[in-house]
Design a protein around this ligand. Structure first.
Ligand code: PLP
Length: 397
């Protein structure tokens, strides 16, 4: 029985090339990048090489890249580093908790926050961003792609509004970087967070893009590392891995990797729509990351389906990783106006660079069998079945 990993929005496997690039920096090439002797300077050179690769992935200047521990730190840094009591923040209700809880903390400290709604496809309206601007608006923070649905936000329009209003603009690009082209100039953002473990680099690595001239207070103070923007000895092997993964992702994007991945995902959704009645693909019709498919299977719980697939060694998720294990339907789907029952019936399939057609075919055959089994046992499904499922919507609605 093959093992199929379809939870790449939670984390990804380190690519063998990434692991091999890191290995010497744990062993013979270990060193502190701040040391002035040869070993330290070699470590420094490796850090700077990675900085260039990460900058290239984002269309940034290497001097604008600050290495950190990942998406949560980048999001926290952007918000706590810019906002003070009395300031106003504009964000959206579908942000990751790394943004939402940082905003909540700022509210406790005397800032005000506007949480913008999303439409049925999961997108924020740029018009709503404009309408929410106040005299004291300090920061707009809207994510590039959502972790649950993969839906991509109209960032270029939002960036334009932020620039015209002279308000700082941060975007959480954790689920976009390495899967979609990201260009900080086009987005016109001042801050952008990425996380290594979402694109085949190690967990606990990441970076924050900080546009030159952005007056950001460091979140972590200590030594002068990262040009006084983030204290602490650089995670040398991790940074090397992040740089290697960024380089691989840049090539993969240039080589049509995202289009191939989207084809695999779209075909999966197309066949599922043909074979299974009463399924609902969330965010369908909106631009999405190429790897994400969030589907509700009416009449069953996403949790039961996840467990059934896990028994066949197929890893998928219900809600975001931090929320799974709870019975709450994903807040992102509720925000899109999805009814509670249907939101609870959602399962997220997220592909990785290594996902093959064979794996998708196998996962799909298991999925069909398990959905049929669970629906047979579902009183809700059978009740509606008797009523010719009139109260369930049809596939892909
Ligand atoms: N932002 C988004 C959109 C995410 O999906 C995640 C992780 O799931 C994070 C931030 C947090 O990133 P990290 O796990 O690197 O702290």
């Amino acid at each position: 029985m093959p093992s199929v990993y379809l939870d790449n929005n939670a984390t990804t496997q380190i690519l063998p090339e990434v692991f091999e690039a890191m290995r010497p920096y744990f062993l013979e090439k270990f060193g502190n990048a701040s040391s002035l002797y040869e070993r330290g300077q070699r470590a420094r050179a490796a850090v700077e090489k990675s900085r260039k690769a990460v900058a290239a992935l984002l269309g940034a200047d290497p001097a604008e890249i600050v290495f950190n521990s990942g998406g949560t730190e980048g999001d926290n840094q952007a918000i706590f580093g810019l906002v003070s009591a009395g300031d106003h923040i504009i964000t959206s209700v579908i942000e990751h908790h790394a943004v939402l809880n940082a905003c909540k903390r700022m509210e406790e400290l005397g800032a005000t926050v506007t949480y913008l709604p999303v439409d049925g496809r999961g997108q924020v309206s740029p018009g709503d961003v404009r309408a929410a601007l106040r005299r004291n608006t300090k920061l707009i923070s809207v994510m590039m792609a959502n972790n649950e649905t993969g839906v991509v936000q109209p960032l270029e329009e939002i960036g334009k509004i932020a620039a015209e209003a002279d308000v700082w603009f941060h975007t959480d690009a954790v689920q976009a970087a390495g899967k979609l082209p990201v260009d900080v100039s086009r987005i016109q953002c001042d801050l952008l967070s990425i996380s290594g473990h979402k694109f085949n680099a190690p967990q606990g690595t990441g970076a924050l893009y900080v546009r030159r001239g952005t007056p950001m207070q460091p979140l972590i103070v200590g030594g002068p590392q990262e040009h006084n923007r983030r204290g602490g000895t650089e995670n040398l092997p991790g940074i090397v891995g992040l740089g290697k993964a960024a380089g691989i992702a840049s090539h993969w994007l240039a080589d049509g990797g995202a289009e191939r991945m989207a084809k695999l995902r779209d075909e999966f959704e197309r066949i599922a729509g043909e074979q299974l009645e009463c399924i609902h693909v969330h965010g369908l019709g909106a631009p999405r990351t190429p790897n994400t498919s969030d589907i509700s299977f009416d009449g069953i719980s996403g949790g039961s389906l996840m467990v059934a697939l896990d028994e066949r060694d197929i890893s998928v998720s219900t809600g975001s990783a931090c929320a799974s294990g709870s019975n709450h339907p994903p807040y992102v789907l509720l925000a899109m106006g999805v009814k509670r029952d249907r939101a609870q019936a959602a399962v997220r399939f997220s592909l990785g660079k290594q996902t093959t057609q064979e794996e998708m075919d196998y996962a799909q055959s298991c999925l069909f069998a398990e959905v049929a089994k669970l629906r047979k046992l579902s009183p809700v499904w059978n009740h509606h079945n008797r009523k010719k499922k009139s109260s369930f919507a049809s596939a892909h609605d």
